[in-house]
Design a binder for this molecule. Structure first.
Ligand code: NAD
Length: 468
């Protein structure tokens, strides 16, 4: 029987415990009915999601301006465009991804055939943060739909305008029997986390990740944890410093530094640091003019408490560039602190704002020691013309990803896994890996009853007395 809608609409405004239980039961009934399994349904949903992004584009852009002062051009490249590319990639490859794959059968088991059959997991939960509130909610949804699951989407309440637009657009465009948006704050997420899901895909910080992982353990639900950390940069004097500074300024000051893969801090010798600081000044002026506060291309900090947190990081520091804070406008200028100390507040936690500390080191050996003494970051960026330096950093450090000559852009390559390692997360997605994340690989062995080659392995293993 067709499942009935729990509350006359599949978008639960603020999810209480009973709402959450009803919502998951409703989606589970849809999944159980087989609605989401056919490739035709999955493709139709991916195309509908594409239409959502196109027709809802102006509303999403306006919401992103309201939440983050994000320029529509940046929203198209870093939010809507990323999801669009994932949809197109999935549509192109879905038939192949969803095929069962034959595998070789060892002689001991022959004659038989064996294959790996991908099957959807069931009802999955996607929890998103506020910094890329469209990309980080709908990007994982592409994988969840491509692999045929029912989905609960939990947007971040810290980007309220985007959350509200998504809660309206998703039921308008997607099959509301199978995809629901549950808005709300920590209490709503807590209510959702009490339910049993077949996978939880979480993007956010380590504190909440622990809460999610504990709740998931209660139901033995597998998780993907997309977290953050301090992504370091190594730059030496073999590169064009102006070109490198433009790349760094782009990756760092996009979205006012509120990017999980943004360069967090730079390690350089004092001489390179001085040249880089001057070049960063030129890049910032070229991008945002003399007053970035007046540029429509420069974003705002998402909420007052984050402005306060970032302003506190600057206390006692003497920025070489920027440093001004306008609390009322939630504005923090693009800021560079040359000669930041390793034991300063700037170097304690992920900055997640437009402040770039440059830490002086004696050379590559010391830089590698600093990187290795800290948690494994989500990304590591390298600016050098020397392949030997690049190779050493690759071999001697661990991070979710490495960008040589460019920050953040690895997430635009669908063939590359996007995810962390250690404290920066576990599991990965994008492209085929998104499909795999929400898929169970079912092992299927098929062996004819005759000839019964297994007679050789049946007991008794020792000769019976009467047959001796
Ligand atoms: P967060 O961990 O505070 O919140 C993420 C989500 O968890 C939100 O939807 C929020 O409503 C929910 N939540 C908050 N408190 C909760 C609680 N007590 N119980 C249950 N759910 C709760 O993260 P954030 O501040 O939105 O995002 C910033 C962090 O996310 C940074 O550390 C950043 O590096 C990381 N991040 C990682 C990626 C990535 O792809 N790896 C991308 C963006 C951001």
């Amino acid at each position: 029987p067709a499942p009935t809608d729990p509350a006359g609409g599949s978008s639960a405004r603020s999810t209480s415990g009973t709402d959450a239980a009803r919502l998951v039961a409703f989606l589970r009934a849809t999944f159980g009915s087989g609605t989401t399994k056919p490739l035709a349904w999955r493709r139709a949903q991916l195309r509908a999601l594409r239409r959502l992004l196109i027709e809802g584009g102006p509303d999403l852009e306006a919401a992103l301006v309201s939440d983050l002062g994000k320029s529509p051009a940046e929203a198209q490249v870093s939010e809507i465009g990323v999801v669009m590319a994932e949809i197109d990639h999935a549509l192109r490859h879905l038939r192949r991804w969803a095929r069962s794959v034959p595998v070789v059968v060892p002689y001991a088991v022959a004659p038989a055939t064996a294959r790996v059959v991908p099957e959807p997991l069931g009802v999955v939960l996607v929890i998103a943060p506020w910094n890329y509130p469209v990309q980080l909610l709908l990007g994982p949804l592409v994988g969840a739909l491509a692999s045929g699951n029912a989905v609960v989407l939990k947007p971040s309440e810290v980007a309220p305008a985007t959350s509200a637009v998504l809660a309206r657009l998703v039921p308008e465009h997607l099959d509301s029997r199978a995809v629901a948006v549950a808005e709300g704050a920590a209490d709503a997420t807590t209510a959702l986390l009490e339910q049993r899901f077949d996978h939880i895909f979480f993007t956010g910080g380590a504190r909440v990740a622990r809460i999610v992982a504990r709740a998931a353990a209660e139901h033995l639900t597998p998780t993907t944890l997309e977290l953050g950390g301090k992504s370091p940069v190594w730059i030496d004097d073999t590169v064009d410093v102006d070109a490198a500074a433009r790349r760094l300024a782009w990756g760092k000051f996009m979205n006012a530094g509120q990017t999980c893969v943004a360069p967090d801090y730079v390690l350089a010798t004092p001489a390179v640091a001085a040249r880089l600081t001057a070049a960063l000044g030129r890049a910032i002026t070229a991008f945002y003019g003399d007053d970035p506060g007046a540029s429509a291309d420069y974003g705002r900090i998402v909420a007052d408490q984050h402005v306060a947190r970032l302003a506190a990081l600057l206390e006692g520091e003497q920025p070489a560039i920027g440093g001004s804070v306008d609390r009322a406008a939630r504005y923090i200028a693009p800021t560079v602190v040359d000669g930041a100390r390793l034991d300063s507040a700037l170097m304690a936690d992920e900055i997640f704002g437009p402040i770039l500390p440059i830490v002086h080191v004696a050379g590559l050996d010391e830089a590698i020691r600093v990187i290795r003494s800290r948690e494994k970051p989500l990304a590591l960026y390298v600016f050098t013309a020397m392949r030997s330096v690049e190779r050493r950093l690759l071999r001697e450090t661990s991070s979710g990803a490495v960008g040589v000559g460019v920050p953040s852009a690895h997430l635009l390559v669908p063939g590359l896994p996007f995810g962390g390692v250690g404290a920066s997360g576990s599991g990965a997605y994008h492209g085929k890996r998104s499909f795999d994340t929400f898929t169970h690989e079912k092992a299927v062995l098929r062996k004819p009853l005759a000839p019964d080659t297994f007679a050789l392995v049946y007991p008794p293993f020792t000769p019976r007395r009467e047959s001796v």
